[in-house]
Design a protein around this ligand. Structure first.
Ligand code: PEP
Ligand code: MN
Length: 350
């Protein structure tokens, strides 16, 4: 059940609800509602007097199985996730960019400066890579994390990088500002539990065979572990047509935002596998309501050690960020008619 506690409730009410849930053997988590109140998600039904405590404003017995990730859990405004001092959600779309894989220190520094100059606000780059072939370059591991930290120091950009195993979480969290859970690990439940306790924001990619509900249930693992900072990432699913690497499921973007309060970003690089399609699909993603983009960029895309065919140049990235800003302004302007219901509160023109 979800219990809404009013902004003017006594300070003791939410903790008392949590304590009552624990005493009944029920898992429970509290989160602020973004408007001064508190929401308490309780896995099960709380009996007794707790629900009659002063300040209990509403009790919802029925909700989605992904209770904490559901829109009902935070109905007043979508969540905003901070990565360093960059906001994801609730307004201006964020651009995350960088190479697929960290190749070497100098190359990463060059890519990071170029990405920043092209408008990126967060740097991506894999140090631990999930490769289809065991013979492919698997990433530099901790050395790659050190290069990412050097690139952050040089550019000021916070960094997001993938973690593949529960036992790697502590190491990766020691360097990264945001932990990426890759598509192939979306349903690695021990890993989700571990990042739920890692104290760093998480970028949760959708598995390429995962339903939207399974994706949200994976987010629920992280939220239930006590980590409220989850960003969903649509990165393409597997369809029947081999024409493209994956099928970018853009309808999943407004759907996920309707079903959940979590921010949603889109990866048109993996979602298409094809460089020439990335700019259009990036803008389509923003038109679909995405809170941001994650893009693979490399100073010399053809020479990239991983995912070269889908990697764009810094000049392409600069074009995308300029167009993204123009599109965002247009959507917030008079052309936002018909989108009022899904633009964040306060962002509509007067
Ligand atoms: C990546 O971001 O480089 C990556 C491997 O992504 P995905 O898990 O979506 O395939
Ligand atoms: Mn890649």
């Amino acid at each position: 059940m979800i219990v809404a506690v009013a902004p003017d409730a006594p300070a003791a009410t939410a903790p008392a609800l949590l304590a009552a849930a624990v005493a009944s053997g029920l898992e429970a988590r509290a989160a602020d509602d973004g408007h001064g109140g508190t929401l308490v998600g309780i896995h099960g039904t709380l009996g007794g007097d707790a629900l009659a405590l002063p300040g209990v404003a509403a009790v919802h017995e029925k909700h989605k199985p992904y209770m904490l990730a559901s829109r009902e859990f935070r109905p007043l405004s979508p969540s905003v996730v901070m990565v360093g001092n960059v906001r994801i959600g609730g307004g201006k779309p964020v651009v995350i960019a960088g190479p697929c894989v960290v190749e070497d220190r100098e190359g990463l520094l060059e890519a990071a400066h170029a990405a920043k100059a092209a408008g990126a606000e967060i740097l991506r780059g894999g140090a631990f890579k999930p490769r289809t072939s065991p013979y492919a370059f698997q990433g530099l591991g901790e050395e790659g994390l050190r290069h990412l930290a050097a690139a952050r120091a040089a550019t000021g950009l916070p960094i997001v990088t993938e973690v593949m195993e529960p036992d790697q979480v502590e190491l990766v969290a020691g360097y990264a500002d945001m932990l990426q859970i890759g598509a192939r690990n979306m349903a690695n439940f021990p890993l989700l539990r571990r990042v739920g306790a890692a104290g760093k924001p998480v970028l949760l990619k959708r598995g390429f065979s995962a339903t939207v509900e399974e994706w949200l249930m994976s987010a629920e693992y992280i939220l239930a572990g006590g980590n409220p900072d989850v960003v969903l990432c649509e990165r393409g699913i597997r369809g029947f047509d081999p024409a493209l690497r994956f099928t970018l499921d853009l309808a999943a973007v407004p759907l996920a935002k309707e079903l959940s309060h979590l921010p949603v970003v889109v990866d048109p690089s993996h979602g298409t596998g094809k460089r020439s399609l990335v700019p259009r699909m990036a803008l389509a993603a923003l038109a679909a309501g995405a809170d941001g983009l994650i893009l693979e960029v490399h100073p010399d895309p053809e020479a990239a050690k991983c995912d070269a065919a889908q990697t764009i140049t810094p000049a392409d990235l600069a074009g995308i960020t300029r167009s993204a800003r123009a599109l965002h302004a247009a959507l917030l302007g008079a052309g936002a008619e018909g989108l009022e219901h899904d633009l964040p509160a306060g962002s509509m023109p007067a």
